[in-house]
Write a protein that binds this ligand. Structure first.
Ligand SMILES: Nc1ncnc2c1ncn2[C@@H]1O[C@H](COP(=O)(O)OP(=O)(O)OP(=O)(O)O)[C@@H](O)[C@H]1O
Ligand SMILES: [Mg+2]
Length: 264
């Protein structure tokens, strides 16, 4: 393995202050390497989605910068477009089109690769083959021609992952991708994302509310509290002191509590 690993992505002093004055993320510097499966933990309102979204400027940093390998600066419209095209996002709500088949939904992941006029033409055979291969990787090849609304929540989320990898991304950002799944399915879906991270040699950054899943899959855990990184290390370092720091409620955080089954 390469001794000097160049981070694929860096946050350099990124701060996000929303228009209403709420600080979503205090000035934060982090570097993300290839093949690293990073999990963001924190209470509701801690800043997990803000951090994730700042990574492809879905939320624009108020100050600081996001630096992407191979791209000079994200301030240019064209470079931001390139970065977004190579960033796959997976959400709790998979945002699939229910009346489309699994294959059609996965093919949507290819759209970013084409200019506007080209998207009006049928997909090339190579795209269809790639989409089928992605469905195969998430164990849903036999369902390729079924409409998505006939699938279970876990299967739909796997179609969402297949669509994300059909994009052939160089970065995956997943915001609570398993929040609505039962524990066994959540484990399976995260396992797939973990495997893809290693096989495709890309960084994946996932926000989760389940400490036990973070411990099972993460190479690295970043804990946030009130917009600030309060822990950054391997799962083996996530002891009770670290968990207290992450899940300690400051007066500024949102009112509703999350119970983490893992914190026994
Ligand atoms: N669009 C917005 N406008 C104003 N404030 C926002 C906006 N989005 C988030 N915030 C605030 O920024 C802070 C961080 O929110 P964020 O959504 O990043 O938290 P989170 O860790 O993802 O929480 P959850 O676990 O509930 O998804 C919170 O105080 C939240 O209320
Ligand atoms: Mg969130």
């Amino acid at each position: 393995m390469n001794a000097t690993v160049t981070p694929m992505l860096r946050l350099k002093g990124v701060e996000v202050v929303y228009p209403n004055g709420i600080v979503g993320l205090k000035p934060t510097s982090l570097a993300f390497e290839r093949r690293a499966f990073t999990v963001l933990l924190g209470l509701s309102g801690a800043g997990k989605s803000t951090l994730l979204r700042s990574l492809n400027h879905l939320v624009a940093p108020t100050s600081g910068s996001v630096v992407v390998e191979g791209i000079e600066t994200l301030d240019e419209t064209e470079s931001l477009r390139t970065h977004r095209r190579q960033t796959a996002m997976i959400f709790q709500q998979h945002q699939l089109i229910g009346r489309y088949t699994c294959l059609q939904n996965v093919l949507v992941g290819r759209l970013g690769h084409y200019s506007m006029w080209r998207t009006l033409l049928p997909f090339a055979e190579a795209d269809r083959r790639l989409a089928l291969d992605c469905l195969d990787r998430v164990g849903l090849l036999s369902r390729a021609l079924q409409r998505v609304y006939n699938l279970s929540g876990g299967q739909q989320q796997r179609v969402g992952i297949a669509r994300a990898i059909a994009q052939q991304p160089s970065l995956i950002l997943a915001d609570e991708p398993v929040a609505s799944l039962d524990p066994e399915t959540a484990h399976r879906v995260l396992g797939m994302l973990h495997e893809i991270t290693k096989q495709d040699d890309i960084p994946t950054i996932v926000s989760l509310h389940q400490v036990e899943l973070a411990k099972a899959f993460a190479d690295r855990i970043v804990g946030l509290n009130d917009g600030e990184v309060v822990f950054d290390g391997p799962p083996s370092d996530l002891d009770d002191v670290a968990l207290d720091r992450i899940y300690e409620r400051s007066t500024a955080t949102a009112p509703e509590a999350y119970t983490t089954e893992a914190a026994e």
